[in-house]
Design a protein around this ligand. Structure first.
Ligand code: FAD
Ligand code: NAI
Length: 469
């Protein structure tokens, strides 16, 4: 039996590790159980961080190949050193997971390596890969076990040729032809990486649009931008199966979503990116009596408490967008709640970013949602073609779209397609946190020349008019 802890967290992803740090800062004695060799969960090991390392490297490669000439930089065609690019990815991951190790030591958080399960409230059993089990006595438990890739029936993932995002982050050579199944965030980000490095990419999507959940106007225009870069789309289509050919290549059988004649797409690699599912395997939740919802997520109340007292859950394993920053904020909130504070997360102001070229960033309501909810809204838009800095950077693709309430002028949602959209969205997130109006933004001085001026201009467009268009 290990010492008695105030809080034991199962899973060290962004939800779990941030919860652990905040709980320790608030004076709790904290344990974290992690089955992987390194801390940081999906995000740091096989998600956000490695994908952004490859997105950055491949973007610079693409720019060096095609973007430098117009700026007056003549260089010979860049050569890809995929091995070194993968080293960069691995070093970025190592440095980030090492950072979590450091923070755990600094905050005196105890790590138990192994699979955590919950025989009952107040107890966590740790089963290591080898050696004896440890039972932890703990006042409270937070389940932060995250999610795993979903798969299609009949398709066997080998992470070499038929891959999830995990295999797509570690391919040893650039495929000639990559078929991506699912035009969501993973499909478009990792599809972009390999397209920039030379693959011919075809994305098969079940729905009649890309990026479901994002503003549909944004998605439509963004799709055109990706098509211009060479990405091909087969919308309203489903994959019926993948066959391995004798020559080693794949035949991906694609059918119209509504049924009809199938066609075959040849591929060297197929990436299955059709969503992720909550992961609760091995926790023994049925034994502890922790209830799941209809989609296999741990059911929690507004305080993140499960159906059993003393057992909480956060992050991808509960309802809500599967985003690292959402998991982190829930981690902070639950630590605060457990120490008697009023922790909460404002789900109306969680940004979402697709880290492609250009980036897509959004917060709050989409126009589709406002229409469906019958809310009287107005739209302020401004294109980067009319922004001085964007012209100087040859980054005029995209626009800012702000949606505000007609009667109160309160900003209800904002969507940006453009270079650095993922950084720029935060002034709109802050504005929405303060229930700000479009006029507040329109009257805020923005430095010139910046891309962010396009945001102010979109806000001006909601009042007496944008200046530069
Ligand atoms: P996870 O990060 O999934 O961590 C769960 C942890 O629990 C893991 O370490 C796992 O080993 C451990 N675990 C599970 N069960 C047990 C058990 N029984 N015992 C012990 N340990 C256990 N989100 C963003 O916001 N921005 C991005 O740019 C982004 N990019 C992504 C790119 C990819 C390719 C992928 C796959 C995801 C990306 N995400 C991104 C999503 C993000 O990774 C998740 O939302 C986030 O990691 C969820 O955090 P979490 O703490 O809930 O769970
Ligand atoms: P997703 O839910 O974003 O997209 C999945 C896509 O696959 C959808 O468009 C869906 O309609 C489609 N689809 C589902 N079944 C299909 C089928 N049988 N055939 C063809 N298409 C099908 O899921 P994705 O891209 O796998 O990402 C998982 C999660 O990871 C997301 O929820 C996202 O939040 C998170 N993530 C976040 C990132 C970011 O914030 N930048 C980056 C990568 C992942």
């Amino acid at each position: 039996m290990a010492d008695q802890f105030d809080l034991t967290i199962i899973g060290s992803g962004p939800g779990g590790y941030v919860c652990a740090i905040r709980a320790a800062q608030l004076g709790m004695k904290v344990a974290v159980v992690e089955k992987w060799a390194t801390l940081g969960g999906t995000c740091l090991n096989i998600g956000c961080i490695p994908s952004k390392a490859l997105l950055h490297a491949s973007e610079v490669f693409e720019e060096a190949g095609h973007g430098f000439k117009a700026l007056g930089i003549d260089i010979p065609a860049p050569q890809l050193n995929l091995k070194q690019m993968m080293n960069h990815r691995a070093e970025t991951v190592a440095s980030n997971v090492g950072g979590v190790d450091y923070l755990f030591k600094k905050n005196k958080i105890t790590v138990f390596r192994g699979i955590g399960s919950i025989p009952a409230a107040g107890k966590v059993l740790v089963t290591p890969q080898s050696g004896p089990q440890t039972e932890i006595a703990t006042k409270n438990i937070v389940i932060a076990t995250g999610s795993v890739s979903a798969n299609l029936p009949g398709i066997v993932i080998d992470e070499k040729q038929i891959v999830t995002s995990t295999g797509a982050l570690t391919l040893e050579q650039v495929p000639n032809k990559l078929v991506v199944i699912g035009a969501g965030v993973i499909g478009l980000e990792l599809g972009s990486v390999w397209m920039r490095l030379g693959a011919q990419v075809t994305v098969v999507e079940y729905l009649d649009r890309i990026l479901p959940g994002m503003d549909s106007e944004v998605a439509r225009q963004f799709q055109r931008m990706l098509q211009k870069q060479g990405m091909e789309f087969k919308l309203s289509s489903k994959v019926a199966g993948i066959d391995k050919q004798e020559n080693g290549s794949l035949q991906v059988r694609v059918e119209p979503a509504k049924g009809g004649e199938a066609e075959s797409l040849e591929a060297d690699v197929a990436l299955v990116a059709i969503g992720r599912k909550p992961f609760t395997e091995g926790l023994g939740l049925d034994i502890a009596g922790v209830a799941l919802d209809e989609r296999g997520r741990v059911r929690v109340d507004a305080q993140y408490k499960s159906s059993v007292d003393g057992i909480y859950a956060i992050g991808d394993v509960i309802v809500g967008p599967m985003l690292a920053h959402k998991a982190e904020d829930e981690g902070i909130a639950v630590a605060e709640i457990l120490s008697g504070q009023a922790g909460h997360v404002n789900y109306a102001a969680i940004p979402a970013v697709v880290y492609t070229t250009p980036e897509v960033a959004s917060v709050g309501k989409t126009e589709d949602e406002l229409k469906a909810e019958g809310i009287d809204y107005k739209i302020g838009k401004f294109p980067f073609t009319a922004n001085g800095r964007a012209k100087a950077m040859l980054a005029t693709q995209g626009f800012v779209k702000i949606l505000a309430d007609v009667s109160t002028d309160r900003v209800l949602g904002a969507h940006i397609v453009g270079k650095n959209a993922g950084e720029m969205i935060h002034e709109l997130v802050t504005l929405m946190e303060f229930s700000g109006a479009a006029e507040d933004l329109a009257r805020t001085t923005h430095a010139h020349p910046t891309l962010s001026e396009a945001i102010r201009e979109a806000a001006l467009a909601l009042g007496d008019g944008a200046i530069h268009i």
